[in-house]
Design a protein around this ligand. Structure first.
Ligand SMILES: Cc1cc2nc3c(=O)[nH]c(=O)nc-3n(C[C@H](O)[C@H](O)[C@H](O)COP(=O)(O)OP(=O)(O)OC[C@H]3O[C@@H](n4cnc5c(N)ncnc54)[C@H](O)[C@@H]3O)c2cc1C
Length: 503
């Protein structure tokens, strides 16, 4: 092996970010290539929230070679077909942001163009009829894709809900079996090299030092190395994403397991509901500029499905990102790199993406700036694209019932989002920009769901006659309804395939 390769990697932090990173490095680089040490402090603990994901998570699990049923069993997880949004466009209104696609694109024209034409003719009131995920979600049904030809059952997109603490434990076992060394204890100092300010080692509470050549900062919001030692700086996005605190509490499970996350808007934020096998995770994300913590807690406790199983816990945060995700020989991953609030379950994806991009630009001991600069540029773009999608939920609303919603509805928004909204308002067109995470289905689901009204439909949809469009849409709707009928109940699917012990 070449002499300049990295020989020692130190991962600081053992939350979801730390163990996902350790597991990947152990899998891809292996500990024959370099030593991998992970330091975590049981006393500090992990943030312990972050339990809903997007479909890309399955790719991560596959890359590690994990058995999906075992993963669900061990994390007491469940399946997710999308997110149900309640009270977002207006109080009393709800919509579903499904994974997968709506209907079928036909003749090179997107399905939602045809749908919008019928909708504007008053013939297709409900877009959910054309999404198997939305339809099955409403019926509490779930199964994985099967080989069923052209049937919608051949292509079921899904993600997971899981217990974050159990997931970290699961990945810890995976990583330790592959040679990752875990050190327990609190880090009290970060030692920088005099010549160039690179990180040389960290000092533990007991006086021991742990040296490394590449440091991965997964220490959570505190950013132990990236911020406290390397002073990367933070860009604050609170003016666009004003929620800055969450109060979280688990509650007892109920009979039916909904295969989706629910997000219910309140007067100064929103509440998540994430069903697991052994409990339901709940949290109220809100802005302290518009609501007190006591009030937010009272609203949360008044809107639970079952008995609370613990005392409510508060997590403060500031939406935004580090000015530099990779600084000198330290790469920040997870909450240490930034946080944009959990509305679309994107943080674990950003961990996954950060790890993948680090592997694509993996340095040697020369730490040439080009790789680092590219990493920082790409991660920034990714944060910004997700940020714009999140802002859309707050901004495109008819709600006028509270100062919080009045602020969100009238705030200035980033130009890229403003342009997307202008384009949609004309002909209902939506686009996926380059490699952005959310595709045109997602943009359409949320713009339509938030009650944005386009002036007209895409003129290209007239390539098909109204009669034929009507027939084809009816056919697709029927195929989706039949498929949803065929699917087993979500709870039954889990019972047969991946039930946790005593769940
Ligand atoms: C309210 C809320 C809801 C969320 N919901 C979702 C969601 O639904 N979906 C999603 O994808 N993401 C969600 N997230 C984000 C998700 O929780 C995080 O991305 C994920 O848990 C990763 O956290 P982490 O590992 O970066 O940090 P943490 O879990 O905070 O881990 C930090 C680690 O660093 C260690 N550490 C810190 N300081 C020291 C020290 N001095 N010495 C030694 N060790 C130290 C700690 O012991 C711990 O092991 C949510 C976040 C919040 C705040």
């Amino acid at each position: 092996m070449s002499d300049s390769r990295i020989r020692k990697i130190v991962i600081v932090g053992g939350g979801t970010a730390g163990w996902m990173t350790a597991a990947t490095l152990a899998r891809i680089l292996t500990t024959r290539y370099c030593e991998i040490t992970l330091i975590e402090s049981d006393e500090i603990g992990i943030v312990g929230v972050g339990e809903a994901t997007i479909p890309q998570m399955a790719t991560f699990n596959r890359m590690l070679g994990l058995d999906e049923n075992q993963f669900i069993r061990e994390t007491r997880g469940s399946f997710k077909l999308g997110i149900q949004f309640v009270n977002w466009g207006r109080i009393g209104h709800r919509y579903f942001h499904p994974f997968g696609r709506y209907g079928l694109d036909m003749g090179g024209v997107s399905f939602h163009a045809y749908f919008l034409r019928m909708h504007q003719a008053g013939e297709a009131p409900d877009i959910d009829e054309w999404s198997l995920q939305a339809k099955a979600g409403q019926m509490d049904k779930f199964m994985r894709s099967i080989d069923a030809g052209n049937s919608p059952l051949s292509d079921i997109a899904y993600a997971f809900h899981f217990d974050a603490g159990l997931y970290a434990r699961f990945l810890r076992r995976y990583a330790e079996e592959r040679g990752v060394v875990r050190r327990e204890g609190r880090i009290t100092g970060v030692n920088l090299r005099g010549t160039d300010g690179f990180v040389e080692s960290v000092t533990m509470e007991d006086g021991a030092t742990v040296e490394g050549e590449l440091f991965i900062d997964c220490s959570g919001f505190r950013g132990l190395i990236i911020e406290q030692a390397l002073k990367a700086g933070y860009t604050d996005w609170s003016h666009w994403l004003p929620c800055n605190r969450a109060v979280a509490v688990p509650c007892a499970s109920v009979d039916s397991w909904t295969p989706y996350t629910r997000s219910t808007a309140h007067s100064a934020g929103w509440q998540w509901r994430i069903p697991l096998q052994h409990r339901i995770g709940n949290g109220h994300v809100f802005s302290t500029d518009y609501m007190s913590e006591d009030e937010a807690t009272a609203i949360l406790l008044a809107n639970l499905d079952g008995e609370p199983l613990a005392e409510p816990r508060t997590v403060p945060f500031t939406t935004g990102h580090r000015n530099s995700f990779w600084e000198k020989n330290c790469v920040a991953i997870g909450l240490a790199s930034g946080f944009m609030e959990p509305l679309e379950s994107t943080s674990i994806w950003l961990i996954q993406s950060g790890i993948a991009r680090l592997m694509a630009m993996f340095p040697d001991r020369g730490f040439a700036p080009a790789g680092r600069e590219r990493y920082n540029r790409i991660m920034l773009t990714e944060f910004e694209e997700i940020r714009d999608f999140l802002i859309l939920h707050y901004h495109a609303t008819e709600r006028t019932d509270s100062p919080f919603w009045n602020y969100c509805r009238t705030m200035e928004i980033p130009e890229r989002l403003a342009e997307k909204m202008r384009v949609y308002r004309e002909h209902g067109r939506v686009f996926r920009e380059n490699e952005e995470l959310f595709n045109d289905t997602s943009w359409f689901a949320v713009m339509f769901g938030q009650l944005m009204q386009p002036k007209g439909f895409d003129p290209v949809a007239e390539v098909m006659s109204l009669e034929e469009t009507r027939d084809r849409l009816a056919h697709i709707r029927q195929a989706i309804a039949n498929s949803a009928d065929y699917m087993p109940a979500h709870r039954e699917f889990i019972r047969q395939n991946c039930a946790a012990e005593a769940a």
